[in-house]
Design a protein around this ligand. Structure first.
Ligand code: AMP
Length: 611
């Protein structure tokens, strides 16, 4: 009996897939026309908003006028207006539509998450981008509609502005929206995790119940994933710690009493049935000495891992390869709190070749050419504000040049105008007339483990605060660098310190270096501290003391590789394996942060946590 409706469902899905692929063809073939229309639409709808009037646009909607008159902006430029909206000013400041909530970006300003205004309508654009993913994927991997996706998806805590607007991360906003919760059945969004498990605010209960459902349905799973690689690895780590109790539940069909959320219990109990054979199988696999290939062993029909491994997430590729025995790693999309950007039209390509095609209907995109001058840290510095000439250098989506690197600048329907996102992209090719971009890096960011983004200035300030602990011992840090160590799960920040010690003073006790570790953590931004405290996605910070003369050796090595002796500056972050090895071979002692830094849920000025 179920056959007939299934068939008709699949034909609807097929029809829909064709339409979506056709949509991609159309918008990429007419990229420039679409961009022109999008900009005109944004400007005419918002002709009367304060921001555009303030800059003298006077209702004009032509691209040339817009580019000539409107300044390129950063968060600091819009912050006063963001604060007005947060405090309840209802006038049309940046957008003619009502600002429905703020999205809290993982990018920070003054140590706090940035707040990105958004509207109800933007949810539709985000849903549109999601709807493109599976039709694209199914061109390369057939049969995905016949099984499920095991995705570890989570919500995070949210706060309210003084005027009552919610502020939360973009994915939390999306998962809580009716677009996600009430999505009609579609074989492509058929996940092993019931909505209730994704929407559970307690991270242990959410992870436990999602893992349990994924294990119960292991044969049906055709693809696995999370948003970022770090999140998926965290799920595997959770399994390493909890497989025995998970197996108990599967064997007996009973649910761990630590799962106290009633809606989660009910949703899981619809899936959980006593299955001693499955429990025995999982125990045998998890009990083996080696966890190599564990994903393929426990979920034998998995065809690929869907996680972002571009940008700093590429540091997790070896770990994922180990756990999966080399299953394809698929990066499907590129998005942010400011705007959703694009999709990977060739999802089975190697991670190093991933290129995202920006979808021209999502916003108006411009590109600021990047001229690299720093090859050591792979971190690109860009000036904060641009002079008039630089503002004129911005090029349109259809005019970017193959091989050139650019910083992305967006104008959105929700009221950001020529806003610098902070991402550096390189043109890798074209789909019809739409460029495809490699994600190169986030400018200025030197350290990242999960969604944290630490720049050189923040690290410098944090080290400055920490070294005050050394003053009573007459010890100084003569040079330092840092490294994101992802060989531990979760990964953690490592600082290499070279000291100058005054021999006549007592030695520095270990507890003082531990205090230094903690002070650095306390000085880092709220996204880092949330990762340490709440998400547990970052491990304790480590200081490694190196022998005297180590940084001279580092300089010698950099010069032997061609660095100029006059211009040499110690890189504040190292990634290149031989350099990390050189530093590691000269470590004399190491210390970890003894406890978590302080972090409170919510945005600092308000601190009203909803969850
Ligand atoms: P957020 O504003 O916190 O949502 O973070 C958005 C940022 O995450 C982007 O601006 C990028 O720096 C990064 N990001 C998002 N998608 C990708 C991707 N596919 N590859 C690399 N980095 C990404």
């Amino acid at each position: 009996m179920p056959e007939a409706p299934k068939d008709s469902l699949y034909s609807v899905v097929e029809e829909n897939k064709k339409k979506i692929l056709q949509f991609i063809e159309e918008v990429t073939s007419n990229a420039d026309e679409v961009q022109k229309r999008v900009l005109a639409e944004i400007l005419s709808r918002n002709a009367h908003v304060e921001w555009l009037k303030r800059h003298g646009l006077n209702g004009q909607t032509e691209r040339e006028t817009f580019k000539k008159i409107m300044p390129v902006t950063t968060y600091e430029d819009i912050q006063p207006d963001v604060n007005r909206i947060a405090n309840g000013d209802k006038s049309q400041i940046i957008c003619s539509q009502t600002i429905s909530e703020f999205l809290t970006s993982s990018g920070t300003s003054g140590g706090e998450r940035k707040l990105m205004p958004t509207t109800e309508e933007e949810l539709g654009r985000r849903s549109l981008l999601y709807s493109l993913l599976m039709p694209v994927m199914s061109q390369f991997v057939p049969g995905l509609e016949k099984g499920k996706g095991m995705y570890f998806l989570f919500i995070k805590s949210e706060s309210k502005t003084p005027s009552g607007l919610v502020a939360r991360p973009v994915l939390t906003s999306y998962y809580k929206s009716s677009h996600f919760k009430n999505r009609s059945f579609d074989p492509y969004t058929n996940y092993t995790s019931p909505n209730e498990t994704i929407l559970c605010p307690d991270s242990y209960q959410s992870m436990y119940s999602q893992m349990l459902c994924g294990l119960c349905l292991n044969k049906e799973v055709l693809r696995v994933g999370a948003v970022f690689a770090s999140g998926f690895i965290r799920a595997i780590r959770f399994l390493e710690k909890h497989w025995s109790i998970l197996c108990n539940d599967i064997r007996n069909g009973t649910l761990n009493p630590q799962i106290t959320d009633q809606s989660v219990r009910e949703a899981v109990m619809k899936i959980l049935k006593p299955d001693p054979k499955l429990a025995e199988f999982i125990e045998k696999e998890c009990g083996r000495d080696s966890w190599q290939g564990i994903i393929k062993r426990l979920w034998p029909n998995t065809k690929y891992i869907d996680v972002i491994v571009t940008g700093t997430m590429s540091q997790y590729i070896p770990t994922l390869d180990y756990y999966s025995n080399g299953l394809p790693l698929v990066c499907t999309m590129y998005a942010s709190s400011e705007c959703f950007f694009g999709v990977n039209l060739n999802p089975l390509c190697k991670p190093s070749e991933v290129a995202y095609t920006l979808i021209p209907t999502l916003g108006y995109f411009e590109f600021l050419p990047v001229h690299r001058n720093n090859g050591v840290t792979n971190c690109i510095s860009m000036p904060k504000s641009l002079n008039e000439k630089e503002q004129q250098e911005l090029v349109d989506l259809a005019d970017v040049k193959l091989g050139q690197e650019y910083e992305l600048v967006v104008t959105t329907y929700a009221g950001l105008y020529r806003y610098r996102v902070g991402d550096v992209l390189r043109v890798a090719g074209f789909k019809n007339k739409a460029p495809q971009f490699n994600f190169i890096c986030r400018k200025n960011v030197i350290l990242s483990i999960d969604s944290d983004k630490t720049d050189e200035v923040e690290l410098q300030n944090a080290v400055k605060n920490a070294v005050s602990h050394l003053v009573p011992f007459d010890a100084q840090v003569t040079d330092y660098t840092s490294y994101a160590d992802t060989t531990t799960i979760p990964g953690h920040y490592v600082l290499f310190w070279e000291l100058s010690l005054n021999g006549s003073n007592p030695p520095v006790p270990p507890s003082v270096f531990e205090d230094c570790c903690l002070t650095i953590e306390e000085s880092l931004n709220s996204v880092y501290r949330q990762g340490r405290v709440s998400d547990k996605s970052i491990g304790p910070l480590e200081i490694k003391i190196v022998e005297a003369g180590t940084f001279d050796k580092l300089m010698d090595y950099a010069i032997s590789l061609g660095a100029s002796i006059n211009q040499y500056k110690t890189p504040r972050c190292v990634k290149f394996a031989p350099i990390v090895e050189l530093l590691s071979s000269r470590v004399v002692s190491n210390y970890f942060s003894p406890k978590c830094p302080k972090w409170v849920s919510g945005h600092k000025p308000w601190n009203v946590s909803v969850n």
